[in-house]
Design a protein around this ligand. Structure first.
Ligand code: N2P
Length: 365
């Protein structure tokens, strides 16, 4: 009796373990930017597909790239910005997409597809656009007024003129930790091409950064959301949707902190984040299912409503909340778009210069 009992127990445990191993087989590993999805998107996909998702986040292209170039990242779906995508395609990191597995591809915005395709992936063979946005200035008007005497920011002068940012130092200014996105801010301000490969121009941009460096509280690409919302800093140079999320968080926390977002009148950088499959992805079938799930207009509209970045899905636009699609700081109007510059894929030698320069800028020496 006892023996049977044991045997049956062993059998049922073996059965359980097989069932468990089977569920564990169908796991999808996704690596996306932080604060870049709606709270229930993953749960909805898991419920609909029966696939378990391991969802990890990063806040810089450099972090993602280090994993991809090392190989065997373990990820099935990743979201590089288009300039990084371009060089990673050349490095052989991605696999060509099988469009027959992505019937919802038809919902994408053909103009955006062509623009990002021409810039970084001819014919859109390897990726599709997820979200895009601008790199501008988020600020706390009350604190800026107290420090600087004005409560409206509309120019890069406020943070790039040493005498201005010195006044803001007391309330805290942060910048993105991203050489490819931050060095062009100085190049653009100095009137140089944002993809300059000219060593003299790059040295001038570095000199400008070193001048304002003593007034910068920190460089980080996600922490500023909560710091702005809590009133710990007064100005953050960051990603549009993240700065809009900071505004919302401050409202939800009782509206004591009020925040604004500005795309400076001189123009600003824009980025396009792309969904792609690494060559060594292990769960290809699940990767396609997830991508096709993301390509649904309803799903993308829900994500935009949450994270406040415009998406690449044209069919989703009518489904986005009107106060978001009608907000010019989230969906910039044509005259503002005309002044945006895209971040370029730079030759390796220039890229190395930027990285070196950035280390120097951050250390302030
Ligand atoms: C999401 C930031 C994504 C924009 N938090 C940078 N590619």
């Amino acid at each position: 009796m006892k023996t049977f009992g044991k045997t049956l127990l062993a059998l049922s445990m073996a059965g359980l373990m097989t069932a468990h191993a089977h569920a564990a087989d169908n796991v999808l590993h996704v690596y996306n930017w932080s604060d870049y999805i709606a709270p229930d998107t993953i749960a909805k996909f898991e419920k609909e597909s029966g696939i378990k998702v391991v969802y990890d986040v990063f806040d810089s292209n450099e972090t993602l790239e280090a994993k991809l170039l090392a190989g065997k990242s373990g990820y099935d779906v990743v979201v590089p910005s288009n300039n990084f995508l371009a060089k990673q395609i050349k490095a052989g990191v991605y696999q060509e997409l099988d469009r027959s597995k992505l019937p919802n591809w038809k919902n994408l915005d053909p103009d955006l597809l062509k623009a990002v395709g021409d810039a970084s992936d001819k014919g859109n063979k390897f990726a599709f656009p997820y979200m895009w946005g601008t790199i501008g200035i988020g600020y706390n008007p009350e604190k800026v007024k107290a420090a600087l005497g004005v409560d409206k920011i509309d120019s890069w002068d406020v943070v790039l003129k040493p005498e201005n940012i010195a006044k803001l130092k007391s309330c805290g200014v942060s910048f993105l930790d991203s050489p490819t996105e931050m060095i062009p801010v100085a190049l653009h301000y100095l009137g140089y091409p944002t993809a300059s490969e000219d060593k003299k121009q790059l040295a001038e941009a570095e000199a400008l950064w070193l001048k304002i460096r003593p007034s910068i509280a920190y460089f980080h690409s996600s922490k500023y959301i909560s710091d702005l919302a809590n009133g710990n800093i007064c100005v953050a140079i960051g990603y549009s949707g993240d700065l809009e999320q900071a505004k919302e968080r401050a409202k939800e926390a009782g509206d004591k902190v009020k925040l604004s977002y500005a795309i400076p009148k001189e123009g600003a950088g824009s980025f396009y984040d792309m969904v792609a499959i690494p060559k060594d992805a292990e769960n290809l079938e699940a990767a396609y299912k997830f991508m096709n799930f993301l390509l649904q207009p309803e799903i993308m509209a829900e994500i935009t409503n949450e994270v406040r970045f415009p998406n690449g899905n044209k069919a989703a636009t009518p489904l986005v909340d009107k106060d978001i699609s009608g907000d010019p700081s989230i969906y910039p109007p044509a005259d503002v778009v005309a002044k945006l510059y895209a971040i370029s894929d730079l030759p390796a030698a220039t890229q190395r210069l930027l990285t070196r320069s950035w280390t120097k800028i951050k250390s302030g020496k």
